[in-house]
Design a protein around this ligand. Structure first.
Ligand SMILES: [Fe+2]
Ligand SMILES: [Fe+2]
Length: 133
């Protein structure tokens, strides 16, 4: 696990699946970078917003690959990913058009990460730990 990003992953959200935990840590780290950049400039740097969306897609592909390898039914989980990335993209695009406050959107993204890991990723992690050696 990346030493820098693991510090950003709350202990209660560690799933003990190294590849997923590393990416979750990196997502929280990226979110912290975005918040810091927004505090400095009071604007959302478009390259960081695009980087967050790109990394989310990469992370979702990782979970989909691990689920498929383990024979885990990923249909509902996949739908949650698609719904949320669409909501996050909409929120970030509304920040650009000033329809939404960037810090409200970032709080929502962080809340979603935590809730999704606790509710959808945790059962996937438990299944992977049971079935993959
Ligand atoms: Fe995840
Ligand atoms: Fe997930």
């Amino acid at each position: 696990m990346d030493r820098d990003s693991i510090a950003f992953l709350p202990e209660s959200l560690v799933l003990s699946v190294e590849e997923i935990d590393r990416q979750h840590g990196a997502l929280f780290s990226l979110l912290a970078d975005i918040k810091a950049a927004c505090l400095r400039s009071n604007a959302l740097p478009p390259e960081l917003a695009a980087g967050l969306i790109d990394f989310l897609h990469e992370h979702f592909r990782t979970e989909e690959r691990l689920a498929a390898l383990a024979g885990y039914n990923f249909a509902v989980h996949d739908r949650k990913h698609l719904e949320m990335v669409s909501a996050i993209e909409k929120g970030l695009s509304e920040v650009v058009t000033e329809a939404q406050d960037v810090f409200s959107v970032l709080r929502y993204v962080e809340y979603w990460f935590e809730r999704h890991i606790a509710e959808e990723d945790r059962p996937l992690g438990a299944f992977l730990r049971r079935t993959v050696r």
